[in-house]
Ligand binder design. Structure first.
Ligand SMILES: [Zn+2]
Length: 258
């Protein structure tokens, strides 16, 4: 089944629901709580949320960004993640349609969003999410062969993870084991070209934001900054626009060489 413009709103709404679930995962997984039970609660007064308080994007506006029961503010991040979920679902359907590879890319991208937010909050990338990403990559090797054969993906994953692991041992900080595992999973899903592009973009974005945070005095030299969110940004760009960017880049390069 192909994606048509009339399906944009339902697909966005479904993606926003996935984004809402990601908010639950990001809050509960690092605390060791079940992501399935109980239903959503206010993190401050723990009042269970009624169905009307739990509609992605709308409830935030409906409640004027405050808990109905205790009045505690609801972080802007909740609707932002729901919006990102909606956008990713639409992009995934445009690129891959309602196919097995589209479904697998959707799971992969949603998991990446959870990884980025948990790393931002806790400086830890959960092994369970890395394993899920590896699983997605192995399935993608079969259903989305454009990114490379299974052996080239496994090699890309092993080299990427090994390289970052060696870097983390040599620099004793900066990147950590979680980053190595995440990059390994990205290598399997994105293939050699995709993971190289994603890593390059992550280093560039990380360097720019590092300089920016120092200039704004939000961080001091030596303060820890999680690298996972930059790897995730790189992976999102590589997955959603990798082929087009590679084509544009090689054309630009040929233009310069001419
Ligand atoms: Zn409350």
């Amino acid at each position: 089944m192909c994606f048509t413009a009339s399906l944009t709103l339902p697909v966005f709404a479904l993606g926003a629901c996935i984004g809402s679930f990601l908010n639950v995962v990001v809050y509960r997984l690092p605390r060791g709580e079940s992501v399935a039970w109980p239903g959503s609660r206010c993190p401050w007064c723990t009042a269970p949320l009624a169905a009307l308080d739990n509609i992605p994007l709308f409830s935030f506006l409906l409640l004027s960004a405050r808990c109905r029961y205790c009045g505690a503010p609801i972080a802007l991040r909740y609707p932002v993640v729901e919006g990102i979920g909606g956008l990713l679902a639409v992009c995934t359907c445009i690129l891959w349609g309602f196919t097995p590879s589209g479904l697998m890319w959707a799971v992969f991208l949603a998991t990446l969003v959870a990884v980025a937010l948990i790393d931002l909050d806790t400086f830890v990338i959960p092994d369970s999410l890395c394993l899920l990403l590896v699983g997605c990559g192995l399935v993608l090797a079969h259903v989305s062969p454009d990114e490379g054969s299974l052996s080239s993906r496994l090699l890309a994953g092993a080299l990427s993870a090994g390289g970052v692991w060696a870097l983390s041992v040599m620099t004793r900080g900066g990147m950590g084991m979680g980053d190595a595992k995440l990059l390994g999973a990205m290598g399997i899903a994105l293939g050699p070209r995709g993971v190289a592009f994603a890593f390059g973009l992550a280093v560039l974005l990380g360097a720019i934001s590092g300089v920016w945070l120092l200039a704004l005095k939000r961080k001091r030299s030596g303060d820890p900054v999680p690298f996972g969110p930059f790897l995730v940004l790189g992976a999102l760009v590589a997955a959603l626009g990798g082929n087009q960017i590679a084509e544009w880049y090689s054309r630009a390069l040929l233009g310069i060489l001419d």
